[in-house]
Design a protein around this ligand. Structure first.
Ligand code: WT7
Length: 637
């Protein structure tokens, strides 16, 4: 595999950037030539942000799995595609070569077909971090089914909401998942979810933890039994479905400022091109290197940089089942040492959490194989950046700070490792093809450097979301209606004296907790479902490890048997409705919330109080009952 489009000097970056803005169609068409097409496209780009309508390479025919697997077989067939490290370090790791992965994907694609899955059908995948998860994803793509992966930390209620929204008639899951010291009963959660999804026709269950599970006759089948049937007839290759460039590849649900998560839809060709291009350029991947992205495949980072980006580039992707702190806080470092990882891509929250354990867990771990480090998911504070640089990279590994979103499909703003300059806590410069702008509240574009504003992108890149599943107008309203002719990211940013971007965080009601996106409205809805809760308001506050913590102000009308127990009860309700990831860190009981005369909650004030600010709360004169602010302030947790 060679990458003629890999940028290796700062000058080449500037040149590529210039061309990508001046002649975007020629620029991306030339890159598209490096992939395998059944038929070339009719038109490179057709777009308007009004509807929005965005089509890249329309009329082109391909299958992403032929690009991720088949085309590598002649040269890389015996090279490792996926190296998998289990949760328990005493269990043996697994290596899947490109040949083996191809064979398994073909076999499981046939299993899907045998079970009735057809092109365009939605398949919900709820599994732990095992190679079969990657196999399930690629098998869906092979036959043109649309996968919708749900992170293992979501509750039955969240799963059924997503299954219903996508009308997914097929589910792939595991009996359970190992994560650190815990066994998570995935199948049992799925069973609860499916009580309200009677339309689900088939559940395929891979056995990983082999805890007792219920298997409903006619609906549930074992993965292994289905695979045996394939082995018996000896299928080792199935022809991939021919997909249009614009056919949807997957749905991934993410939180916004409303109460209901949105199903972000990504297309086939544009997504493939951009995840590959960004992977090769940001991480400066060289054939033979081992790439370790620590994200869960349940999030976009795992989709783009464990599965599609690396595999389309013929890379070796390391997949880890467990957590960084189990059996001890040296686990990442042991894995790097064991497999000689070259590139590590992780989240600031993981770095901060590991920083807290000091240097002891690093003792005796050889990290000299590392060449490049990356971060993603939230702003990285300078302290964590320097700790990462000094103790993990030993000051010899460039660090890439990669800014992007579920909706952008791939990395939009980042330095290119060792090629363009890095600056702590700055994502720095846009990738070629990405045209960021900062705007003020009225949508006026802020020119020049040393300015801050709301971050928008004014031109489409190949992996921009195409729609929100089942509700295109929601996509328009959310991303394309705030500012005319621009994609609005929801983030604030500043552009420094050199034109480098620093992302400052969300400007909407979306929280970023340990790099996970959670809508305040979603958490409020869940809290309000708890018996006795009258009303609630949720805001974020700075948290040393998680980046942001969840602070809930709750009006509770019943007598507390015990305040602490009520807090736990409320947290339990949130865990049931959304999932453990959305549990509030702090719950303050209040008698009222600061509201304007028109009844709108003044979140700005609540946010300041949660952040520990007591003096400059801004203008409170428009409040219905200014007295409530003092009460809240004085009782702050
Ligand atoms: C939000 C997107 C992108 C994959 C993981 C999260 C924040 C992401 C950075 C960064 C500062 C960042 C933004 C963004 N974010 N990367 N390098 N610096 N903030 O995907 O769940 O869609 O969340 O994460 O606020 O909007 P996501």
């Amino acid at each position: 595999m060679s990458y003629p489009y890999q940028i290796t000097t700062y000058e080449a970056y500037q040149q590529a950037y210039k061309q990508s803005v001046e002649q975007p169609e020629q620029f991306w068409a030339a890159i598209a030539e490096n992939f395998q097409w059944r038929k070339k496209w009719d038109e490179v780009l057709n777009w308007n942000f009004k509807e929005p309508k965005i089509e890249w390479f329309k009329g082109g025919k391909l299958n992403i799995t032929e690009n991720c697997l088949d085309r590598h077989l002649p040269t890389l067939g015996d090279e490792p595609a996926i190296i998998w490290e289990p949760n328990d370090p005493s269990e043996h790791h697994r290596i899947l070569t490109y040949n083996q992965l191809h064979e398994k994907v073909c076999a499981f694609a046939q299993v899907l077909k045998n079970n009735g899955v057809k092109k365009g059908d939605r398949v919900c995948i709820y599994m732990g971090m095992i190679p079969e998860l990657a196999i399930a994803i690629l098998s869906c793509a092979r036959i043109g089914a649309i996968h919708s992966v749900i992170f293992g930390g979501f509750s039955a209620q969240s799963i059924s909401d997503r299954i219903i929204d996508a009308h997914a008639e097929y589910v792939i899951t595991c009996d359970g998942a190992f994560r650190g010291g815990k066994d998570i009963p995935l199948k049992s959660v799925i069973d609860d979810a499916l009580v309200s999804c009677e339309f689900v026709k088939r559940v395929i269950v891979f056995s990983r933890t082999r805890i007792a599970v219920s298997m409903i006759k006619g609906r549930d089948v074992w993965w292994e039994d289905e695979m045996k049937k394939i082995d018996a007839v000896g299928i080792t290759d199935i022809k991939a479905a021919e997909m249009d460039a614009e056919d949807p590849l997957f749905i991934l649900y993410t939180s916004g400022s409303t109460g209901k998560p949105k199903g972000v839809v990504h297309s086939s060709a544009g997504y493939m091109l951009f995840t590959n291009y960004s992977f090769v350029n940001v991480f400066q991947y060289k054939p033979g290197q081992l790439f370790f992205c620590t994200a869960d495949i349940g999030w976009i980072t795992g989709h783009s940089y464990i599965v599609y980006g690396p595999l389309s580039a013929g890379a070796t992707s390391l997949m880890f089942e467990g957590v960084p702190t189990w059996p001890d806080a040296g686990r990442f470092w042991s894995i790097i040492d064991k497999f000689k990882v070259n590139i590590l891509y992780t989240a600031p929250t993981a770095i901060r959490s590991l920083m807290g354990f000091g240097l002891q867990p690093l003792k005796g771990k050889d990290l000299s194989s590392l060449q490049i480090l990356g971060t993603v998911g939230e702003p990285i504070n300078e302290e964590a950046w320097h700790w990462y640089d000094e103790n993990i990279g030993k000051k010899k590994c460039p660090i890439v700070d990669t800014w992007w979103q579920t909706e952008t499909g791939g990395i939009l703003i980042s330095n290119l490792a060792g090629v363009t300059p890095a600056k702590p806590a700055h994502a720095t410069l846009p990738l070629p093809g990405v045209q960021p702008v900062l705007v003020d509240e009225n949508g006026k574009i802020l020119e020049g450097n040393n300015v801050s504003g709301n971050l928008c992108i004014k031109f489409p890149w190949p992996s921009i979301l195409r729609t929100t599943y089942g509700d295109h107008d929601r996509c328009r309203q959310n991303y394309f209606a705030t500012y005319e002719n621009m994609y609005f990211t929801g983030d604030g940013a500043l552009r420094d004296e050199n034109g480098f971007y620093r992302i400052t965080g969300r400007v909407d009601d979306v929280l970023n907790v340990s790099g996970h996106r959670i809508g305040t409205a979603e958490v409020e809805n869940a809290i309000n479902m708890h018996d006795g809760v009258v009303e609630s308001a949720v805001v974020g506050y700075p948290h040393d490890v998680k980046g942001q913590g969840i602070y809930a102000y709750v009006i509770y009308n019943s007598m507390h048997e015990n305040e602490e127990l009520t807090r736990k009860d409320i947290a339990m309700t949130v865990a049931r409705i959304i999932g453990p990831i959305a549990k509030p860190d702090k719950i303050q009981f209040v008698s009222g919330l600061p509201k304007t005369r028109s009844g709108k909650i003044m979140r700005r004030i609540l946010r300041k109080i949660a952040e520990g600010e007591t003096q400059n709360l801004g203008d409170t004169s428009t409040l219905l009952d200014p007295g409530v602010v003092d009460e809240i302030k004085n009782a702050k947790l």
